[in-house]
Design a protein around this ligand. Structure first.
Ligand SMILES: Nc1ncnc2c1ncn2[C@@H]1O[C@H](COP(=O)(O)OP(=O)(O)OP(=O)(O)O)[C@@H](O)[C@H]1O
Length: 941
């Protein structure tokens, strides 16, 4: 240091060796001394500076301003301000000035270059930013925490003041639990004693996931750690102790495993868990360290050391296994994990690396799907899924089975080919479906054979795989419709019958009353009829007779006050495990009315006859369907009563006994009962008891086991078994041998029997209808028919009328049979000779409708024109053997048998019977007599 003037001797000593730029300035602002530091700032020698005015060197000052500073310094104030000085190179240099008075006449000015510290600070910040290194420090003594902006950015801490607690919460939310535990452990160690730590962790944010490196130092004195500081930076290629490629891949692998969606667990033969990734910790609800503590056996239900050893043995052998584990989470819930278990050996150590995924929801979904499929394929309904352009998407099996379409045909189908109503799925229906409502309607669906099935359709909307679908669920309502119709017919018949019909329950309360009865009763009584005790309506009735099924007479006063004498019959019905009494009462005083009705029926017949007589009347196009129930043709009012009985009994499971002469249509009635019953969809099995050889009847009815008798080479089902759930029709029941009558009775009573040669008891659910043209009551009296069986069969008797008692049916039957046989024989017959109809109508028809049918069939065969002449001559009794007409073979047999019967006084069988005379087996003769329609009155005259 050098100076020209040295006003103060201390000056040299003060400035010696100081690099701090300084100068002594007098009150007049002249520099009286300075040093090398100051000279360096001004880039000029010390000598040049001395003598210059400070107010001039300070580029922003003037003498006046200097005077002002001087005065303020005189009041003891130290002045600090920033300004610029002009260097010898004429650059302005920013500096910070500190000035204070050192004596009365001088001031000491020290100068600091503002460029260098700013540059250094900025350089550090720039570097930190560039390298993405964040600084942080924590002063434990005063609690001050400082976090640099880079550090905040890397971790995701918002700007502004944050507390330690907030930082802890923020970090734990963004960090995997395993990492957070690692970091907390490191911090605990560093707070206990000075040291350093470096660890990697993953920060997850919505924008990205970053792998960061955290370096921390702690310093302090002998007593405690006072400071923690460190950096946070992004993990880069050159970071960490191993900076080679291997290390990079190891870190990437570790990261991937940690973050994988699959559950990854590494276990060892002692069932310890050495590693669990984030997904495993999260799924099982255990922290990383907790999992290591509890071990694998605590997670797997029913696992003990023996089963662990077995698993390890298997794993060592196969190296890779597929397993399904039910893992128990910390909260007790169980999840199903489908895993691949891999065997890994590192040196001496063995590991099982379990990689699996939570299959609980998959399993539930798969199970639900299986159940859905199962239900759909077994659904009674037909299911069709349709796209919103009308294309069929898919159908269920039931649809294919019932419509007969093949899956291939269905692929190209449109809704219009599925159901009759092509607009069933129009835009407005789709709109309605989209709101979540289901739409229902009745329509018909097409079958592959061109038929149509009436259905009820229910439509529902659903969205599947980005596609709009409508699920149409069709229910077949054809049986429902038929049944409704049948029910309607039966009810109408019941209401139209001339008899009053009542059903009572077993406490004699009225369950049903038909219209005919209601006509008698005053309206207020009608209103409350159902549920009332029958005696309160018909007080004259005798309960005990109802119970015994005996006939009784009582008087009934009608609403007009007229008294009617009624005859009542009753029968007991068992239906659906309930007992009912069916009462029917006939108005005996209504004889006149009946005669009137008969007369009007005759008039009707007369009209019809007239029409036919009216010169070869044309055949009508259709039979009057009003009288056509299951092909039973009649216009007779008397016959209507029989049909009413059929309607009454059809739907109750009662045994029916149909009696009547041969050929009157007993079998037809039996079929009608079956068809109108709920058993209609099951078989009606007919057994002709007269036509079976005696030795085979038993095996026919009840079946036989293999080897039961010679010729029984196979096991065979009997008719009763075949009729299970349906109806068995025992025709000619009067011909059943006595021993079989006993067996039949057992079936009737207990619904069970054994096969011939068999020991197993077979149970069946069969409804029985029996028919006979014999007088069973008479047979009972003569001991030829079991009385108990007779009562059992006679629960609901229907007596069929001979044709001669309903001659009004003859013309319509002729018409019916003519059409039937003309069609069958491919003939065109449009008229019938009216003279012939007149002639034949007086014939007594011992063979009844069958005989008439045969006559018409034969006439149609012989018919050569469009007008039918009835070939009546050959059947007529008026033709004698010696007459011009040649007798038919049948008629000749008939007469021959009649002659034999007359000779034996009607005895058919046995040593003095007609069978011996005719050299015919008794059974064949009986059957023949019946077939030919030979009646008692013909030979017992
Ligand atoms: N009302 C009717 N309408 C049309 N056809 C009838 C009618 N009644 C009977 N038939 C016909 O007459 C023939 C004889 O009827 P069915 O066999 O039912 O009589 P059946 O009384 O059972 O005779 P059998 O006692 O000899 O067994 C059958 O072809 C039947 O179709």
């Amino acid at each position: 240091m050098s100076s020209s003037i040295s006003p103060l001797p201390l000056f040299e000593a003060m400035f010696a060796g100081l690099s701090l730029p300084a100068m002594i300035v007098a009150e007049n602002s002249k520099v009286v001394a300075t040093n090398e530091g100051a000279a360096a700032l001004f880039v000029m020698p010390v000598e040049e500076l001395i003598g210059q005015r400070w107010a001039g060197l300070d580029a922003n000052s003037t003498l006046i301003r200097w005077k002002g500073y001087w005065r303020r310094m005189g009041e003891g104030e130290k002045l600090t301000y920033v300004t610029d000085i002009e260097t010898s190179r004429q650059y302005m240099r920013p500096i910070t000035v500190e000035a204070r008075r050192v004596t009365g006449d001088y001031a000491l000015i020290t100068l600091a270059d503002r460029i260098e510290p700013d540059i250094t600070d900025n350089e550090i910040v720039m570097l930190a930013k560039e390298l993405r290194v964040g600084r942080w420090s924590y002063n434990r003594v005063d609690g001050h925490l400082e976090i640099s902006s880079v550090c905040r950015e890397l971790i995701g801490i918002p700007d502004g003041p944050v507390s330690k607690l907030e930082i802890g919460q923020l970090i734990s939310a963004k960090m995997a639990e395993t990492d957070f535990v690692k970091m907390a452990n490191a911090a605990t160690k560093l707070l206990a004693a000075p040291g350093e730590a470096s660890l990697d962790f993953v920060i997850e944010s919505t924008e990205r996931t970053s792998l960061l490196n955290f370096v921390c130092h702690s310093i302090g004195n002998e007593l405690h750690v006072t400071h923690l500081y460190g950096i946070v930076r992004r993990r880069t290629r050159s970071d960490g102790p191993g900076s080679d490629e291997l290390d990079k891949y190891a870190q990437l692998a570790a990261f991937s495993v940690d973050q994988a969606d699959d559950i990854i667990l590494w276990t060892q033969p002692d069932d310890s868990v050495v590693y669990a990734n984030i997904a495993a910790s999260r799924q099982l609800g255990y922290g990383h360290l907790e999992l290591q503590e509890v071990g694998f056996s605590a997670l797997v239900a029913e696992r003990d050391q023996a089963s662990t050893d077995d698993s390890w043995r298997e794993l060592r052998q196969h190296k890779n296994l597929r397993r399904e584990y039910y893992l128990r989470a910390k909260d007790g819930s169980v999840c199903c994990v489908e895993a691949s278990v891999n065997y890994v050996r590192l040196g001496e150590e063995e590991f099982a690396c379990i990689i699996g995924h939570d299959a609980t929801s998959d399993k539930l979904a798969a199970e639900r799907n299986r159940l859905m499929e199962f239900s759909l394929e077994r659904a009674d309904g037909f299911i069709v899924w349709v796209r919103n352009n009308g294309d069929v998407h898919s159908v269920n099996n039931n649809y294919l089975e019932h419509t007969g379409f093949t899956p291939r045909q269905v692929e190209d189908m449109q809704i219009g080919q599925v159901c009759l109503d092509a607009n069933v799925l129009d835009e407005s229906t789709w709109d309605q479906l989209r709101t979540g409502q289901s739409v229902a309607m009745e329509t018909k669906i097409h079958t592959a054979s061109g038929g149509q099935v009436p259905v009820r359709a229910k439509m529902n909307y659903f969205h599947h795989d980005g596609e709009e679908l409508c699920c149409l669920y069709f229910t077949d309502i054809s049986t429902e419709r038929d049944r409704e119709q049948q029910l309607h017919l039966a009810q109408t018949a019941l209401n139209k019958t001339a008899e009053c019909v009542l059903w009572l329950d077993d406490t004699y309360r009225i369950k049903y009353a038909n219209e005919t009865l209601r006509q008698f009763l005053p309206s207020e009584m009608n209103r409350y009829l159902i549920g009332r005790d029958v005696l309160s309506i018909l007080p004259g009735l005798d309960r005990s007779k109802i119970e015994a099924g005996e006939k009784q007479e009582f008087s009934l006063t009608d609403k007009a006050g007229d008294v009617h004498q009624m005859q009542l019959g009753s029968s007991l019905l068992n239906h659906n495990e309930n007992r009912y009494y069916v009462l029917s009462a006939k108005d005996l005083t209504a004889g006149q009315q009946e005669r009137d009705e008969l007369e009007s029926a005759f008039t009707e017949v007369e009209v019809m006859r007239d029409r036919l007589r009216d010169e070869n009347v044309s055949l009508r196009e259709d039979n009057d369907t009003k009288y056509n129930v299951n092909n039973i043709i009649t216009v007779s009012r008397k016959y209507q009563k029989i049909l009413t009985q059929v309607g009454q009994v059809a739907d109750v499971d009662t045994t029916v006994l149909i009696t009547g002469e041969t050929g009157t249509g007993k079998e037809l009635l039996a079929r009608a009962v079956h068809q109108l019953s709920a058993r209609e969809d099951f078989p009606l099995i007919k057994v002709n008891c007269a036509a079976l050889p005696e030795s085979l009847i038993e095996s026919e009815l009840f079946g036989h086991e293999k080897g039961a008798f010679t010729g029984a080479i196979n096991r065979k089902k009997g008719r009763f078994e075949m009729a299970d759930r349906g109806t068995i029709f025992l025709d000619e029941i009067g011909e059943l041998p006595l021993d079989l009558q006993a067996k039949l009775l057992r079936v009737l009573q207990e619904d069970e029997f054994e096969r011939l040669g068999g020991e197993t008891t077979i149970k069946v659910d069969v409804r029985m209808i029996a028919a006979t043209n014999r007088d069973l009551e008479d047979m009972v009296r003569k001991g030829k028919f079991r009385e108990d069986l007779y009562y059992r069969l006679n629960v609901f008797p229907i007596h069929n009328l001979p044709l001669r008692d309903r001659p009004e049916d003859i013309p319509v039957l002729i018409e019916y049979f003519t059409k039937k046989y003309a069609k069958r024989q491919g003939k065109k017959i449009s008229k019938i000779s009216s003279a012939d109809i007149k002639r034949i109508s007086t014939y007594p028809f011992p063979g009844n409708i069958r005989e008439l049918e045969n006559i018409i069939e034969r006439s149609v065969v012989l018919c050569q024109s469009d007008t039918l002449s009835i070939d009546f001559v050959r059947s007529s009794q008026s033709v004698t053997a010696g007459g011009e007409a040649f007798l038919s073979f049948e008629e000749m047999q008939r007469r021959h048998i009649l002659d034999a019967l007359r000779m034996t006084r009607g005895r058919m069988t046995g040593p003095t019977g007609a069978g011996i005379l005719l050299e015919m087996n008794d059974r064949t003769l009986v059957s023949k007599i019946r077939k030919l329609g030979i009646e008692k009155h013909e030979y017992l005259l």
